[in-house]
Design a protein around this ligand. Structure first.
Ligand code: HEM
Length: 505
């Protein structure tokens, strides 16, 4: 009986993989497929892509010379990879054919891993792009407050003024706390169990999507329940969020208001505590968005640690000058830190967070403008690498050049064109493009700048003794992740002048 309980799902699983392969093969026969032919060649390439994504993509780009091709992957199935010449067409196309919802649904199996209601009524996107972006000044003092406190907690200085920490690990919890301060307020963002639960959820939910999509609909609920019981699921962060939000709604009825994104959501929707719980998890996209912020912070600190002291000083003194002129952090003060902005944008260009962007699933048969057929139910994606590493757009593209965008913006008259959160150029894809570009990018840019500026003011950041270069990234199935064990040394600076905030420093 026990044996049957394992064998039956396994047979269904394998049959489904084979079925999907042959259906897919028939539909995309007109497109070149990277790697050896046949089902074994396909899965060999998919496994190879998982661990050597950059090499596979670069090889395929030069092999197919700009033509669209199929890249077998384990996580997303067969992806139709489109070159830079299709970006304009894809950014302008809407969800009726190249659907973002269908792509998210397929990749994450949202109905099980999160909540189907989120995609049906995505009003939170409007709140992020509208109120949160417009009123970012309102959120800034809390972000600064929490950054200072969270840094104190993340950097355990003993009796000396130096500490070395595994950077990615430390920044992941630190940023989760800072971002959650704006989402849910100070009590819950400092609850370590909640922070641990949301990080764990971020780390597992894409994997769950990968597993679930290979099972037929009638089995998915049971498979999700098994995975969640073994490794945790949305229920874990929800266990903390639900009572917190129920309590906040009650206090709100008595007139309390907080400066949080939850407050903006309730004011706009009137949703109850259960609905809001899923909304917050979804807005945080299973904490994936927060994880992206920690990845960019980590990459930036690795670069700062490897930069020459005079270059770091240029960025730091800009921050100090702006602060002494403005008196405190505001949206306008942040926009004046052009070198800091350039540093972060360069991190986004060279270390991105993925080697692809603009993932869409066709919901019917379609075609590119040059007539190449794109069958229905196909995952389409643009390769960042072909854009971000194009020497015609970015000279010496493999080189990390913190002031690249600073020079570009000061050389011309188009100041904001090169701002971190600007997305109106097909040459920069960190936050995506078009109607579904990152809705949280202005908020994310503010957090990134405030965190890095605060670190620059408080600490010198250097590589450990004997280490000459920043650590190499790991790339897993196209996702670029900073080396997770690499350490960085923080040294307290003398005579630190921090702007006044509501917390005691
Ligand atoms: C450095 C950090 C971040 C990066 C690199 C990033 C990147 C992206 C990208 C590439 C997309 C577009 C996906 C597509 O084209 O389908 C996206 C969408 C989105 N992001 Fe971000 N993101 C970041 C942080 C955040 C944060 C902190 C939030 C929430 C406060 C957020 C909220 C969203 C939302 C709601 C969408 C969906 C927009 C839509 O469907 O119209 N992001 N993000």
């Amino acid at each position: 009986m026990l044996r049957a309980a394992f064998i039956v799902p396994l047979v269904i699983y394998v049959t489904r993989i084979l079925y999907r392969f042959f259906i897919w093969k028939r539909k995309t026969a007109h497109l070149p497929c990277y790697g050896p032919a046949g089902i074994f060649g396909y899965y060999y390439t998919a496994v190879r892509y998982t661990f050597h994504s950059v090499e596979c993509m670069q090889d395929a780009i030069s092999k197919y010379n700009g033509r669209p091709f199929i890249m077998p992957t384990l996580i997303n199935g067969a992806i139709l990879v489109a070159g830079p010449q299709y970006i304009d067409f894809l950014r302008k196309s809407d969800d009726s054919i190249f659907s973002q919802k269908a792509a998210i649904q397929e990749a994450t199996q949202l109905d099980y891993t999160l909540d189907p209601h989120q995609l049906k009524n995505p009003y939170a996107i409007g709140i992020l792009l509208g109120e949160v972006t417009r009123e970012i000044d309102k959120y800034i003092p809390d972000i600064v407050d929490e950054t200072v406190l969270a840094l104190d907690a993340a950097l355990p200085f003993a009796k000396t003024n130096q500490v070395s920490v595994p950077l990615f690990h430390s920044m992941t919890s630190m940023i989760a706390r800072v971002v959650n301060r704006s989402f849910v307020g100070p009590e819950l963002c400092r609850d370590q169990d909640y922070i641990r639960a949301s990080i764990r959820y971020a780390q597992t939910f894409i994997m769950y999507g990968m597993v679930l999509k290979l099972f037929p609909g009638f089995m998915k609920s049971s498979v999700y329940a098994l995975l969640a019981a073994l490794f945790g699921g949305k229920e874990e962060p929800a266990r903390h969020l639900l009572p917190h939000l129920a309590n906040y709604i009650k206090q709100r009825e008595e007139g309390k208001r907080s400066t949080t994104i939850v407050e903006a959501l309730i004011a706009a929707s009137g949703e109850n505590a259960e609905q809001l719980t899923m909304r917050v998890i979804a807005l945080d996209f299973g904490s994936i968005h927060t994880l992206l912020v920690s990845i960019v912070v980590t990459q930036t600190l690795f670069e700062l640690a490897a930069m020459t002291p005079p270059d770091v000083e240029l960025i730091r003194s800009e921050v100090e000058d702006v602060l002494s002129q403005e008196g405190s952090w505001t949206k306008s003060a942040l926009s004046r830190c052009s070198r800091l902005d350039s540093l972060l944008r360069e991190v986004g260009r060279l270390h991105g967070v993925t080697i692809f962007s603009h993932e869409r699933r066709t919901v019917q048969d379609a075609a590119f403008p040059d007539g190449i057929a794109v069958p229905g139910d196909t995952m389409v994606s643009v390769i960042n690498l072909a854009v971000h590493l194009d020497p015609n757009i970015y000279p010496d593209p493999q080189k990390f050049d913190a002031f690249r965008f600073y020079r570009m913006r000061t050389a011309g008259d188009q100041d904001v064109k090169y701002d971190l959160a600007t997305i109106d150029s097909n040459n920069y894809l960190l936050f995506g493009l078009g109607r579904h570009a990152c809705a949280g990018r202005f908020f994310a840019a503010a957090v990134l700048k405030l965190v890095i500026a605060t670190i620059l003011l408080k600490y010198d950041v250097t590589l450990p003794e004997g280490v000459g270069k920043r650590p190499k990234n790991k790339v897993f199935s196209g996702v670029i992740v900073p080396a997770d064990r690499a350490r960085v040394k923080f040294t307290k600076r003398d005579s630190v002048k921090l702007p006044s905030t509501s917390c005691s420093l």
